[in-house]
Design a protein around this ligand. Structure first.
Ligand code: CMP
Length: 137
């Protein structure tokens, strides 16, 4: 059993895709072990994406992630990190496989509907960025 952090990004929230995206994770056998809607400040977005500080797209990324509310979730299941990444599809929606969330709901690499942790170590750090123990069940 594994846990991963998933974010429904401001573009997908604005486009009213929360329900479709959550339903997709549940249909794929992942369980929602934690969930909250948040509007990140620029500073909170910078903290979350600190690993990307210095990249040319960092300002654009953190502006976007603080531009409107997100839904942060913990997905739980066998192989949840990899499963989530398969369900999301490639970072760039133009390269995402048919049927993936980014292919279905995302417009560009910058506004790509969802985020998912990429490894067990980052999943642990990202989950603890948003959730305390009593909020995970
Ligand atoms: P995410 O999985 O949330 O992790 C980092 C994000 O940076 C990524 O999704 C993209 O939305 C964004 N990103 C990566 N590359 C670029 C880029 N070249 N231009 C703009 N945003 C990018």
């Amino acid at each position: 059993m594994e846990r991963t952090l998933s974010i429904i990004k401001p573009d997908a929230v604005k486009n009213n895709y929360i329900g479709k995206i959550v339903a997709r994770f549940e249909e794929e056998g992942l369980r929602i072990a934690g969930m909250r809607k948040v509007h990140l400040s620029k500073r909170e977005a910078e903290g979350f994406y600190a690993v990307h500080a210095g990249r040319p797209f960092f300002g654009e990324l953190t502006d976007f992630m603080s531009s409107g509310p997100c839904v942060v979730m913990i997905l739980e299941g066998d192989n949840a990190i990899l499963r989530n990444r398969e369900i999301m599809g490639a970072t760039n929606p133009a390269e995402a496989a048919e049927g993936t969330i980014r292919k279905l709901y995302a417009a560009s690499i910058g506004e790509n509907a969802v985020h998912g942790s990429d490894a067990p170590e980052t999943a642990a750090v990202e989950i603890s960025y948003f959730f305390r123990a009593t909020e995970i069940n």
